[in-house]
Design a protein around this ligand. Sequence first.
Ligand code: ABT
Ligand code: MG
Length: 143
Amino acid sequence: MSVERTLTILKPDCVRKELIGEVTRRIQEAGFKIVAMKMTRLTKDTAAGFYSVHKERPFFDELCEFMSSGPCVPMILEKENAIKDFRDFIGATDPSEAEEGTVRADFADSVGENIIHGSDSVENGQKEANFFFSEQQVTANKA
Ligand code: ABT
Ligand code: MG
């Protein structure tokens, strides 16, 4: 196994519910190292860019509305096998199907508002990290 990077976003519902601290604590306790982090608010257009793979899906407009409805907290995480381990850690997209003890099972209300994002491949993780951060912002944190 090799060290991978994944991009997570604590979504606007996570921020509204004042769960930034709790979810971040769980991320760190599970062994993911935070190498970049910020709070930002996406515009509807920026959210559409981030989720452009879903642009033909019926839920796309609602998704972009939600993701731009308030501030969110993107982070780059590093760990061995980070992509799969983080997807397991957050639980299924639909919280009613998410395994007990996962972030989505514990805190998410619905498939549309599901608290947290995790990249679904190493390649997408790199693209999504570049969407929010420059490499310089990551290496600056390692010094
Ligand atoms: P993300 O980590 O946000 O990408 O979610 P995940 O990879 O688990 O699931 P996908 B399929 O990528 O969903 C992207 C966002 O679209 C929302 N969604 C998805 C709906 O609202 N309705 C649906 O029927 C489906 C399949 C969930 C995801 N984000 N949010 N918020
Ligand atoms: Mg996805």
